[in-house]
Ligand binder design. Structure first.
Ligand SMILES: Cc1ncc(COP(=O)(O)O)c(C=O)c1O
Length: 467
């Protein structure tokens, strides 16, 4: 460690370069006023000799200080501390006091977590995925590292188009598709597109709380319409034309019912009459256990329906990839909204996913997961019957990664849920998603996608102990 007359310390073995050390030493003294404005700095040769380091190091440090305005040089008469560079910096913060955002579904350590909508994360096809990511980088290397287009890669839009045409009865051109960061972003984009002259948004009650929050954050006024055993109760739709109607017709979230054709047509007629768009959130219909997925609402009127799909349930939420299928009149503005949100999705992920679908891996994965979730659903249904008999009433259709269960006479308030969690399992109340109806105070959403059969049974035993 060398110390010069200027109170600078240099450590020749230290991790910082010598130039950086000299620069920092002088800079700090100027900022704190130890070296006041107008003070002459030693000649580079002299300071180098004092510190026992090369003169070039001092010259480089002076250059940096000069470039940042800390010092000035007067022609032929040396280097001086500049005016106006004194500042007392605030002390280093010891720890940042940032409150976590309470989303209501953090991962509780050591608890059996019945959170809905999470697929079995341990079965994500990591090997083939990494292989495709790697191949994508090799094949597309340079081009794929630059900026892309907001609507997403043509390879992925083409692959999604083929998938939705074959499996969801959707009729669309790849150019109607915009790749998004999940349903979450797709809802934001749609709301920004459609919340102009009209502010009211019809949503199913109950519906995912996050969806309501996104819409209200963007200036929408929520108009909840109750869900019955045929989905959204179309005879209760408001007479005032809404900006749009948000529905989950294939598998209502969280109740689980499927909207029959009569209600679908009723909804579409209403949308036509009021010149409103219908947003179809088709988040998990791939996992319909009694047969192939039922057709989309979109297939009935592609001009009126904005379709939203996601890979969060079929692959994993962290992939943050979903898509919007827009009617032709909304495509340009939809692309602009995506551009203004985040430019575009990560290119490498898009290319890997395109090849994952086109190569048949997606269908194969879906088939495997559908069998598995079907078995897990059976485990839940059987355990509920064994443990609760007719005190537990399963609502909804046989689809997806969760089911909604009613326990007549029981109220799932915060104390009861805390008691269950204390004993080792976390359950989620359906009432958290209700906008105004109190009809779900006795209901739980039981997510089974990411739980092993023995965990499911153990969790339901805990539930029985408490209720
Ligand atoms: C109704 C509904 N749609 C879609 C999603 C998926 O959201 P994302 O695609 O942003 O992960 C969820 C997630 O829980 C949901 O509850």
């Amino acid at each position: 460690m060398e110390r010069g007359a200027m109170q600078i310390f240099v450590d020749k073995e230290g991790p910082e370069s010598l130039t950086r050390q000299v620069y920092n030493g002088i800079r700090q003294q100027i900022l704190t006023g130890m070296l006041p404005p107008g003070r002459q700095l030693p000649a580079s040769r002299k300071l180098a000799a004092e510190l026992g380091i090369a003169r070039n190091v001092i010259l480089d440090a002076y250059d940096l200080l000069y470039a940042e305005g800390f010092i000035r040089s007067a022609q032929g008469s040396g280097t001086y501390v500049a005016e106006g560079a004194m500042y007392s910096p605030s002390p280093e913060p010891e720890a940042v006091a940032a409150e976590p955002v309470h989303m209501g579904y953090d991962t509780p350590a050591g608890k059996i977590n019945f959170r809905s909508g999470t697929p079995d994360l341990s079965l994500f096809p990591v090997k083939i995925w990494l292989q495709l990511l790697r191949e994508g980088h090799v094949r597309y290397s340079v081009e794929a590292l630059g900026y892309g287009h907001p609507e997403g890669r043509p390879e992925l839009r083409q692959a999604i188009r083929e998938y939705v045409v074959a499996n969801r009865g959707v009729r669309c051109h790849p150019d109607q598709i915009v790749i998004t960061a999940g349903t979450t972003q797709a809802i934001g984009i749609t709301a920004r597109l459609l919340l102009a002259e009209r502010r009211e948004v019809v949503v199913e009650d109950p519906i995912t709380r996050d969806i309501r929050l996104i819409i209200t954050n963007l200036g929408g006024r929520i108009r909840p319409v109750e869900v019955g055993d045929k989905g959204l109760m179309t005879d209760r739709l408001p007479t005032t034309p809404p900006a749009f109607i948000y529905v989950t017709p294939s598998h209502q979230y969280p109740v689980g019912v499927t909207m029959p054709i009569q209600q679908r047509l009723e909804l579409l007629r209403y949308a036509e009459r009021t010149s409103a768009y219908v947003i179809e959130d088709d988040y998990d219909s791939e996992f319909r256990f009694d047969g192939p997925p039922i057709s989309s609402l979109h297939s009935l009127n592609p001009e009126r329906v904005v379709y939203i799909g996601t890979f969060s349930k079929t692959l994993c939420p962290a992939i943050r990839t979903g898509y919007l299928i827009l009617p032709p009149q909304l495509i340009t503005r939809g692309r602009e909204q995506k551009w203004h949100s985040d430019l575009h999705n990560v290119t490498a992920t898009q290319l890997a996913l395109a090849r994952f679908i086109a190569g048949g891996h997606y269908q194969q994965h879906l088939g495997r997961m559908k069998r598995l979730y079907g078995q897990r659903r059976q485990v839940v249904v059987k355990a509920l019957a064994d443990l609760f008999g007719n005190r537990a009433q399963v609502l909804g259709s046989a689809t997806g990664l969760h089911l909604c269960v009613r326990f007549p006479g029981i109220v799932f308030n915060a104390e009861r849920l805390a008691e269950i969690e204390h004993r080792g399992a976390r359950f989620y109340p359906a009432a958290a998603h209700a906008a105004q109806t109190r009809a779900y105070d006795d209901s739980l959403i039981i997510g089974y996608g990411n739980l092993q059969p023995e965990e499911i049974r153990a969790g339901l035993v805990i539930l029985r102990t408490v209720i």
